[in-house]
Ligand binder design. Structure first.
Ligand code: DGL
Length: 278
């Protein structure tokens, strides 16, 4: 087997949201080894500008390139919405985002589609555009949920306030009687127990995490990059406090990860990319 097949897949998010993608990787691709990065020192990403997100993503991808990953999954909708198209051609490994796999799955399941996401993802209209490109007749309503990520990162999922704010966010979608709800932020799957209590059981929940991993499996096969041997333990890294991340993560991982704090390489701001964004 070639060295490149044994290389890790890079997975990143602003924090613990990407663990929902990581869990899917463990389930669907248990032989793959993973390098996980959470940019916890700079979260939430959802209130950042496009320029900031593109810059952060460039730094992360430059570091992952140095770590010789064979593929990167952006386990972050905000990065996928604002940076994927800009950075994709700058790196020579495949980079997958969550928006397209999520949009495809939503269109297969429903016609009246609600999307809950960060303010930046909603403002980009990435989901609405991706869904309409597949099915121009589908109806799409997007709701920004700025409080969810901080509440999840503060481990306040079962706080009554979280349920109240979730009711407020979902109310407009319930009023228009959506049949499908897309988790347009990887953090939100951690709220499933709360959201399920508020939503009628008939509403399909779409978690793009499982679909992006399916897409990754296909891409690895096509490129001849699948690993056939045993995986090695996930290398967890963060930009912020490793202990807080380890403590918060164990409820979703089922083990307490050993986490390393890293410093991303500085990357100059490219005027060409800023032109693209304007
Ligand atoms: N989990 C990320 C997303 O899917 C980022 C959330 C944030 O940091 O605001 O959008």
């Amino acid at each position: 087997m070639r060295e490149s097949q044994r290389s890790r897949i890079g997975v990143f998010d602003s924090g613990v949201g990407g663990l929902t993608v990581l869990r899917e990787l463990y389930r669907q691709l248990p032989k793959e080894s993973i390098l996980y990065f959470g940019d916890t020192a700079r979260l939430p990403y959802g209130n950042r500008t496009s320029q900031e997100i593109v810059q952060f993503v460039r730094e992360i991808l430059t570091w992952m390139q140095e770590e010789q990953v064979k593929m990167v999954i952006m386990a972050c909708n905000t990065s996928s919405a604002l940076a994927l198209d800009v950075v994709r051609q700058e790196f020579d490994f495949p980079i997958l985002g969550v928006i397209l796999p999520g949009a495809r799955a939503a269109v297969r399941l429903g016609r009246k589609i609600g999307v809950i996401a960060t303010p930046a993802t909603v403002a980009s209209n990435a989901y609405r555009d991706a869904i309409h490109e597949i099915d121009s007749q589908a109806q799409v309503w997007q709701v920004a949920c700025p409080e969810f990520v901080p509440l999840i990162e503060q481990n306040r999922i079962y706080d009554p306030y979280t349920k109240q704010i979730a009711r407020d966010y979902l109310q407009p979608l319930l009023e228009v009687q959506i049949d499908t709800l897309v988790f347009g932020c990887t953090h939100y799957q951690h709220l499933t127990p709360i959201l399920r209590e508020i939503l009628p059981a008939s509403i399909h929940l779409v978690d793009p995490a499982s679909y992006v991993v399916k897409a990754a499996r296909k891409e690895l096969e096509v490129l001849g990059l699948s690993n056939n041997q045993m995986s090695i333990a996930t290398h967890f890294t963060v930009s912020g406090c490793p202990h807080s991340f380890a403590e918060l993560s164990q409820q979703w991982l089922g083990f307490c990860p050993s986490v390393e704090q890293i410093h991303l390489p500085p990357v100059p701001i490219s005027p060409v990319s800023l032109e693209i964004l304007d």
